[in-house]
Design a protein around this ligand. Sequence first.
Ligand SMILES: Cc1ncc(COP(=O)(O)O)c(C=O)c1O
Length: 362
Amino acid sequence: MPIEFAARTRRIPVYPLAGGYDLGADVAMLASNESCFAPLPVVAEAAAGVLGATNRYPDPSYASLRRALADRYGIPPGRIALGNGSCDVLLAAGEALLEPDAEVVYAWPAFSVYPHLAAASGARAIEVPLDDADRHDLDAIATEVTVATRLVLICNPNNPTSTAVTLDEVEALLRRVPGHVCVILDEAYCEFALTLGDTYASLELLRKYPNLVLLRTFSKVYGLAALRVGYALCGSEDFRVAVDQVRQPFYLNAAAQAAAVEALRHQDEVERRVTETIGNRLEMVDEVRALGLRVAESDANFIWLHLPEGVEEADVVSGLKDRGVLVRAGSSLGEDGSLRVTVGTADENERFAGALAAVVGG
Ligand SMILES: Cc1ncc(COP(=O)(O)O)c(C=O)c1O
């Protein structure tokens, strides 16, 4: 007799994992929106520095990282939630907020983990199509908020489509959402977004809307994806308390804590990397558009392109892979006929552009 698992295991969609980790070094890894820059040596040293003391559990109050983030953003430490990646905070939010008969509203396609929240809790997922420019339709999202809504997720810039809405547009939505409904603004890529101004801009909204949560990560611009560190700046302490209540203690390991604290000390380097990435993104977009393909307006460290009629997405993905370039198929992210491509180094981007031209016949 097979083991009988809970019904929710049949509902939870399998996360579309990227492949290619076994392909060796000579591959352009443009499938997971990671940073193409290695962490600074001093950040790697900070992580390595704790390895001699791993007989002790990590600080369960995460005091240094909480303090470093509090100082940087001017938010009390008690209103900062931390996680084993921002995914961890997201899943904990689903657990803390959702239950059968509750509703969670989000745009689709958006981050692949969002459908997990409703499936795991038995809540209803209300998926609102993006507009014709692959952007969130915030008016349509606001219209879907009902008495059953517990959570609204806004991915800004949106993964997979790379587009951002302005903070004025976000505020217009916040004005329409009742104060007991939690709104998570998932800002995993906000550092790359010219549309959003600087990374402090959305903090203005936190002061006005206690039901707002800004979800951020060290996995992208800080280049610490493998260590798994995410955080949330919360409009109220209640959110932080609730997501901590549903999780195991010690969710953030000591190396991750040390590296994140050190990474925050090097904002000049962060800015330099952002500038280089944005420059490379503009070039990548130009090259793809020169092939006659439609590309969404990107505010992230990746682009979203639409393949012409009659061109099979799977053929393009495998053609690129044959040429040593890994990208993400739109069908695995919610929209067939599209590709999500991470902005890599100048060399990787050149390799991608050449391979794409060869595959789509440019
Ligand atoms: C929009 C968005 N939010 C959150 C995450 C989760 O990032 P992490 O768990 O690595 O912090 C990702 C990762 O790709 C993402 O694209």
